[in-house]
Design a protein around this ligand. Structure first.
Ligand SMILES: CC(C)(COP(=O)(O)OP(=O)(O)OC[C@H]1O[C@@H](n2cnc3c(N)ncnc32)[C@H](O)[C@@H]1OP(=O)(O)O)[C@@H](O)C(=O)NCCC(=O)NCCS
Length: 155
């Protein structure tokens, strides 16, 4: 059954280079194999769609998306631990899909680890379908782990 919508409304703004240190702390808290601050800085400098999720003044999550021609690729999406399971990731994903559509993307792609059942469930319930597998895509404690590739048609 679907959870209630979050009671407090979130807002979104653009991640800037000066935000990267706090994003990096959140990234390391939420991923076993995390992006470095340098990767976030490169994404900001490259003009990717880097969004922060704010609850009042408090940072509670972020997402990074690249759009090229009519394809959008969500590269990172995270809600900080204390705020998970409240519907914020579902809202953030919807926000990123709307951004992609506004910038004329026709398909949104993303990857997830098969072991990340929370993320896969979120994406499936948001309308994404599995379209393939990338072999040995991620670092993992046991060596390498495949990526499930998922896609959503937005128009
Ligand atoms: C995956 C993640 C983004 C989910 O964020 P969230 O805010 O907890 O998700 P939501 O509350 O919006 O939940 C939306 C849906 O996700 C799924 N979900 C979320 N948490 C779940 C959990 N612990 N177990 C199973 N499903 C879960 C459910 O389908 C849920 O729908 P429901 O509320 O109707 O049950 C969050 O756990 C996270 O940031 N994890 C660390 C980073 C990460 O793994 N990012 C994804 C990389 S591919």
């Amino acid at each position: 059954m679907s959870r209630d919508a979050p009671t407090l409304k979130v807002s979104y703004d653009h991640m800037l280079t000066r935000h990267v240190a706090s994003i990096g702390v959140m990234e390391r808290r939420n991923y076993e194999f995390s992006w470095s601050d340098g990767i976030f800085r490169d994404c900001v400098k490259s003009g990717y769609f880097c969004q922060r999720v704010l609850l009042g003044d408090e940072l509670i999550g972020y997402a990074v998306m690249q759009i090229a021609a009519d394809e959008a690729h969500i590269l990172n999406l995270c809600i900080d631990k204390p705020y998970q399971r409240k519907g914020y990731a579902r809202e953030l994903l919807g926000h990123m899909v709307r951004l992609a559509a506004q910038h004329r993307a026709q398909t949104v792609f993303l990857e997830a680890r098969p072991s990340n059942s929370r993320a896969i469930e979120l994406y499936e319930r948001s309308g994404f379908n599995e379209i393939g597998v990338r072999k040995d895509y991620y670092d993992s404690a046991k060596g390498r782990e495949n990526a499930i590739v998922m896609a959503l048609t937005v128009c």
